[in-house]
Design a protein. Structure first.
Lengths: 385, 230
């Protein structure tokens, strides 16, 4: 034990002795870990946010399609769907997207249907009458308003409409509510100029979740011009979108990681004459091969763990406190969540392990292997150069 | 009663790059005896094989053939970890270029052989202080060796060789970088070590050493062969 503590002490002293070189490696290594951590944490956080969002999603959404495109659905379809056995509540939903030219942001405007009731309000209440609205924290910030404040939107007739803000949302996910404006259902119909008796889509509650696919099939058979979308399909789509985007980033970024590994390998395999001689001296004066390897292991581990720790913290801060400003445009894509939003800070142990495995292990290995090659030769050979 | 001979080589042969075009035989069947508690010198011109023989005696390299007996125990076929243990416990090395770690302090260099042991740091420092005092290096513990003079660097090398309290001191061309005065001081230090009962083996081509009165045995070498022993 004492022996290992002394070897660790010597390893630390060695790193301080080569402080500029050690600092340069730690800096480069930290940047690589930070970038990798940002990608993994960001895509994981988005998936978590999506999972929160989908928690409140209906079991089945029925959309009408015309010419393969989403179209408004007649209100009488809800009655037909209700007749299918195993179905609970069937609710017509009213929603649409609104582009605000003043702020250059896209908002989601939604009626007070079943989904809105699941959202947690930071302050105030949901709209009960016309002329009232509840908004996401992102919109409140961008429009500099809040509860008891006002919000002016331009409707489909190009007329400005004034709403009183009666509530501001908070959710486990700010992604869920950040760009959201909730109005009374009738207000949404008027605002977008939807024809009477038509909804945007229909939310369906299914009692037995195992029967979802069967029910979806029945809906499709009963109403051939509709497209039933199950909750699991939504989950899969979100996962695929974020996996694809983070995968794309990882692919691009893996080039940088590989470059770093090559650099580390080159640095290590091209073990300098001084380092070779030092190993030879240590061997000659009685250090065992295992002692030399322990020394190099600790040197590599100290550098790798320091960089790993700093890089992970930097990635965490970048994603959760600086809104991932370097990655967001790529991973979020065009995004309906245009206003600034902050992800809920969360550190998945699996991600930490993956990061550690991808960064610490190769570096330590690339430090030890060449040292081992040098340490197993006769000290006389090493010292003669 | 202890046997007079401490180290014995029997028909030691050393071939570098065997089987390759640049194969070279550095030692041809060398058999010598090193007496316990005495100063023995291996002398000869450059390329005569004295450093190679010194390395083999000090367990730093294995001979291609032959035996090396230390205290009547053949060490040639011992596994590497036993050779390391022998180097640490029995030998103290003073190299031609000193082979100190330049960016370490005097104290750290001297303590190097004690790191991979279970000796407590306080005991290590106590030993180092005693060694440095004997070598008139007290007060210079924190200096970096790269800032020391040649003579001081050699004392650090001697201190490092002595820190394990070894039975044998092995020195390769120890006066190559010293002037006459420092060389004389060095020989006095070695004489003191012999008086303490340590065996000293020196490889040199410096007449100042091999003609010195303290030397009890001289082994002359040329082209990897024994020329004369007296």
């Amino acid at each position: 034990m004492i022996k290992h503590l002394k070897i660790i002490d010597y390893a630390l002293a060695s790193l301080f002795r080569r402080k500029y070189k050690s600092l340069a490696i730690i800096t480069a290594f930290t940047l690589v870990v930070a970038a990798l951590a940002s990608i993994l944490l960001f895509s994981s956080a988005l998936k978590t946010e999506a999972a929160h969002l989908l928690d409140s999603a209906p079991d089945l959404i029925v959309q009408r399609t015309t010419g393969g495109r989403h179209d408004l659905i007649p209100a009488e379809y809800t009655e037909k769907i209700k007749d299918i056995a195993g179905i609970g509540a069937v609710t017509g939903r009213y929603w649409g997207y609104y582009y605000d030219p003043l702020t250059g942001a896209n908002y989601t405007v939604q009626g007070t249907d079943g989904t809105a009731k699941n959202l947690e309000l930071l302050d105030g209440r949901l709209p009960a009458d016309r002329g009232e609205c509840a908004i996401g924290a992102g919109i409140a910030a961008i429009k500099k308003t809040g509860t008891s404040g006002e919000l002016i939107l331009v409707n489909s007739s190009n007329t400005g409409v004034l709403y009183e803000v009666v509530g501001v949302f908070r959710a486990a996910s700010s992604l869920l509510t950040n760009d959201l404006i909730i109005l009374a259902n009738e207000e949404v119909i008027d605002f977008f100029g939807y024809p009477p008796g038509k909804a945007t889509d229909v939310a369906v509650q299914v009692y037995n979740k195992n029967e979802l696919q069967t029910i979806a099939g029945k809906v499709k058979k009963l109403l051939p011009d509709t497209r039933p979308i199950t909750k699991s399909e939504l989950v899969r789509t979100y996962d695929m979108v974020f996996n694809w985007r983070s995968g794309l980033m990882l692919t691009v970024f893996s080039a940088a990681v590989i470059a770093f590994c090559i650099l580390a390998w080159d640095k290590a395999t091209g073990i300098s004459a001084d380092e070779k001689q030092e190993i030879g001296i240590l061997k000659a004066i009685g250090w065992d091969t295992a002692d030399v390897l322990a020394l190099k292991f600790w040197e590599g581990l100290i550098i790798a763990l320091t960089s790993f720790l700093l890089g992970t913290i930097a990635g965490f801060v970048h994603v959760f406190f600086l809104a991932a400003f370097l990655l967001a445009p790529v991973i979020k894509g065009w995004s309906v969540v245009f206003p600034e939003f902050h992800l809920t800070p969360h550190l998945d142990p699996y991600i930490v392990f993956t990061l550690g495995f991808l960064t610490v292990t190769p570096y330590v290995a690339s430090t030890i292997i060449p040292a081992w090659k040098t340490a197993i030769t006769d000290p006389e050979t090493v010292m003669r150069g | 009663m202890q046997e007079k001979t401490y180290i014995r080589t029997l028909n030691v042969r050393k071939v570098y790059n065997p089987g390759k075009p640049d194969e070279i035989t550095a030692l041809h069947d060398i058999s010598v005896a090193i007496d316990r508690g005495r100063m023995t010198v291996l002398k000869g011109p450059s390329g005569s094989g004295k450093t190679t023989l010194l390395s083999a005696i000090g367990c730093m390299s294995r001979p291609t053939a032959g035996s090396i007996l230390i205290d009547n125990r053949d060490v040639v076929k011992l596994p590497e970890r036993f050779l390391t243990d022998l180097r640490r416990k029995k030998f103290g090395f003073i190299f031609q270029q000193f082979h100190l770690i330049r960016n370490l302090s005097v104290l750290e260099n001297i303590l190097l052989p004690l790191y991979p042991t279970d000796m407590m740091p306080a005991e290590m420092k106590k030993r180092a202080t005693a060694v440095m005092t004997n070598l008139a290096m007290a007060g210079k513990e924190r200096l970096k060796v790269k800032n020391l003079s040649g003579g001081e660097q050699q004392r650090v090398a001697i201190g490092r060789a002595l820190i394990n309290d070894p039975a044998v001191i092995i020195a390769d061309e120890p006066t190559a970088h010293l002037d006459k005065k420092l060389a004389a001081e060095f020989m006095q230090i070695l004489a003191g070590l012999c008086e303490e009962g340590r065996t000293v083996v020196i490889a040199t081509h410096d007449p100042f050493i091999y003609e010195h009165g303290l030397v009890s045995k001289t082994i002359a070498m040329r082209d990897g062969r024994l020329e004369k022993e007296h």
